[in-house]
Design a protein around this ligand. Structure first.
Ligand SMILES: Nc1ncnc2c1ncn2[C@@H]1O[C@H](COP(=O)(O)OP(=O)(O)O)[C@@H](O)[C@H]1O
Ligand SMILES: [Mg+2]
Length: 375
């Protein structure tokens, strides 16, 4: 299938003749004014030959670029075996559908590029990188995040997830909610990245679904152990993220003593001893709304409950975050904690070559999940 064919299918400024040709060939029409299929040369020019690498994740490398019209983009070069990917036509229609999903708290997908076996995704570039990089990257970084900003980031992400879960039809389960997928634009507006990526792979590619499965510490226990995936798995990961935002601590911190390493466990302990405020980030120096912070932690704990049914839907979580006193009377049951179980398995499998510090990286997490699934 020729690229030019796809270009004609997806270019909304196409001529009458092109439209007729498209009808003749039975081409799919996707009305989407912001979506483009770029040529490899266009991407090469935009990235100045892939000069500025801005990150590396489970799917490959990400480069900064600038399109002809001046817009800055992040180009993700997928490093996945071709057999796992959908064929060109399907791939492009999935991208077109995904780029049509728009929300102020979702990163915009501008288009893609296919060049032989290569598949590239083009996103809007986010000036302030990710929560992992900009927020969790040390005490000095966290000082820039006031309580109000943390509140807005949490609510923005809750809105984006409610939208994907409850407004998009058919709904989208994100599968990989984590600090590095919360990007921040020039105004520090949070934008959820990487939603719907699983759609780009062929069905029944179990190793690929493993790859998009999520990151250690953020994984709900039912998903980590049995692969059972529902929207409530995202709710679990959102709960973890919320606890991270309030506490300024990463979900797993191997620098701490063994009993304190897992944030969810720590939060449950603070809740059980009726001392939730101890969890709030000390860099805020007490400069935060106390009741609100307690409410946020409680909602976080509600989201990470072991029993899936008891976790709120995302719209309900948003409501609780924004409604005074709502969580006062709510009973919270024990959280599901998968991280220490993984840790145990990882320790049992010292033959796999990654240390515990590597295990907190996304690549490590995929390996950790593989271990669980193959046991
Ligand atoms: N749209 C974007 N704008 C700016 N930086 C980005 C963008 N997308 C990704 N990045 C950076 O590239 C890194 C790697 O992204 P990705 O491949 O999605 O892996 P991961 O989400 O596991 O970190 C991110 O952590 C982030 O720092
Ligand atoms: Mg990402």
């Amino acid at each position: 299938m020729k690229l030019s064919y796809f270009l004609s299918c997806f270019n909304t400024n196409q001529s009458q003749q092109q439209q007729e040709e498209q009808e003749e060939t039975g081409g799919q029409t996707v009305s989407n004014s912001n979506f483009s299929v770029f040529s490899y040369n266009q991407i090469k020019t935009a990235t100045q030959g892939f000069r500025q690498k801005i990150g590396e994740g489970g799917f490959g490398s990400v480069y900064k670029g600038r399109l002809q019209d001046g817009i800055f983009v992040a180009v993700k070069v997928l490093s996945v075996e071709l057999e796992s990917m959908r064929g060109e036509r399907e791939f492009i229609s999935e991208i077109a559908a995904l780029s049509d999903i728009k929300h102020e708290n979702l990163v915009t997908l501008r288009g893609c590029c296919i060049d032989g076996a290569k598949r590239l995704l083009v996103y809007d570039y986010m000036e302030n990188n990710s929560l992992l990089h900009t927020f969790l990257g040390g005490e000095r970084n966290r000082m820039k995040f006031s309580w109000t900003l943390r509140r807005n980031i949490s609510l923005g992400i809750a809105k984006a997830l409610s939208y994907l879960h409850e407004e998009v039809n058919p709904h989208i389960i994100h599968r990989d909610i984590k600090a590095s997928n919360i990007l921040l634009d020039e105004n520090f507006t949070p934008k959820l990245a990487d939603f719907g990526l699983a759609r780009l792979f062929r069905e029944n590619m179990s190793h690929i679904s493993t790859r998009v499965a999520g990151t250690m510490g953020y994984l709900s226990p039912e998903y980590a152990t049995s692969g059972h995936l529902t929207r409530k798995s995202d709710v679990y990961s959102f709960g973890v993220l919320l606890l991270e935002i309030v506490s300024g601590r990463p979900v797993i911190d191997y620098h701490l003593r063994y009993g304190d390493q897992f944030l969810v466990e720590k939060a449950w302990e603070s809740y059980s001893s009726n001392n939730l405020l101890e969890l709030v980030d000390p860099v805020l120096s007490g400069d935060f709304a106390k009741e609100e912070a307690i409410r946020f932690i409680k909602v976080g704990l509600l989201c990470v409950q072991e029993t899936t049914k008891l976790r709120p839907r995302m719209s309900r979580a948003f409501e609780m975050l924004t409604t005074e006193m709502e969580t006062e009377e709510v009973e919270i049951s024990r959280p599901g904690i998968v991280a220490d179980m993984m840790e145990l398995k990882i320790r049992q499998k010292q033959s796999s070559h990654f240390s515990s510090s590597q295990a907190s990286s996304s690549t490590g997490s995929f390996q950790a999940r593989l271990l669980i699934m193959t046991d």
